[in-house]
Design a protein around this ligand. Structure first.
Ligand SMILES: [Zn+2]
Length: 278
């Protein structure tokens, strides 16, 4: 039985190659990803039709944060990277090459658990710690967008406190607090799926967005009930918000800090991440 560590004292990479394919949330097209170990720290991307052009992922490449996180790589965009990045950062992994056949990372089941299971299948091995791995923080920060707030204060470990507040009764107010470790990430955060709203689903479909959205890759909320229960956790939505936050901080390195977020979003997370860029 594979056992994830209870602290971020070590950094890991994968011991073998991983291939996963599935539908892209936005394009609705089939997309394929191959993960390999890389000889430099960080996360690197190439497209399978141009294998020699390898990009190092960097916070300054983050483009669109509407409905997903995308990076601009030369003339191309790569969409929906946040759940894969969350699985890598949450598990304490680096030295990774992501080869993409398509323009999106497949959504799989809408959570990060299938990536985690893939790491477990091929095994992991220890590598030197990257310069931004569990980095020390020496000043507090706070950002807001209207009444959404994200605040960070230095700490000896990474603690995330997230609260969401939706008018839909099935979600309502939820708070989750976690002292993050790879083990806690895998057990409590990685399985939490993305969620959407039945009334917005139609609107977005008419705009040609979320062509690949389905009941297989997102929890769908319809007022006071869920269209596709059961939930994996009673508070699966707030746990998924933490999953997204971890993915959005992956490119600057997870900090030793207490992060408190109220009504978080990718764009709010990006404000914090940009301020932490070394
Ligand atoms: Zn998400």
């Amino acid at each position: 039985m594979f056992s994830w560590p209870n602290n971020y004292d070590s950094c890991f990479t994968i011991s073998g190659e991983i291939t996963r394919e599935g539908i892209g949330l936005h394009s609705g097209e089939k997309t394929k990803v191959r993960l390999k170990t890389f000889d430099q720290e960080g996360y690197f991307v190439s497209f399978s039709n141009k294998p020699d052009q390898i990009y190092k992922l960097d916070q300054s490449l983050i483009g669109s944060t509407m409905l997903c996180t995308a990076v601009k790589l030369g003339e191309r965009n790569l969409y929906t990277i946040e759940h894969l990045l969350s699985s890598l950062a949450g598990c304490g992994m680096s030295y990774i090459h992501i080869e993409v056949d398509g323009k999106e990372i497949p959504l799989l089941d809408g959570s990060a658990i299938q990536w985690v299971n893939a790491f477990e299948e091929v095994g992991i091995k220890r590598v030197p710690k990257p310069s931004n791995f569990m980095r020390e923080i020496n000043e507090s920060k706070v950002f807001n967008q209207d009444n959404s707030v994200i605040a960070l204060t230095p700490s000896k470990k990474l603690t995330i406190i997230s609260t969401i507040d939706f008018q839909y009764e099935a979600i309502g107010k939820q708070t989750f607090i976690i002292d993050l470790t790879p083990k806690c990430f895998v057990e409590m955060i990685a399985p939490a799926r993305t969620f959407g709203f039945k009334d917005q689903f139609q609107e977005l479909s008419e705009l040609g967005l979320i062509k690949g959205g389905s009941l297989e890759n997102a929890l769908v909320c319809d007022g006071d009930k869920w269209v596709n229960p059961p939930l994996r956790f009673a508070n699966e939505p707030v746990r998924h918000k933490i999953l997204d936050l971890i993915g959005d901080l992956a490119l600057v390195g997870l900090p030793k800090a207490q992060i408190i977020v109220y009504k978080g979003s990718h764009s709010l997370n990006a404000l914090l991440a940009s301020s932490l860029k070394i």
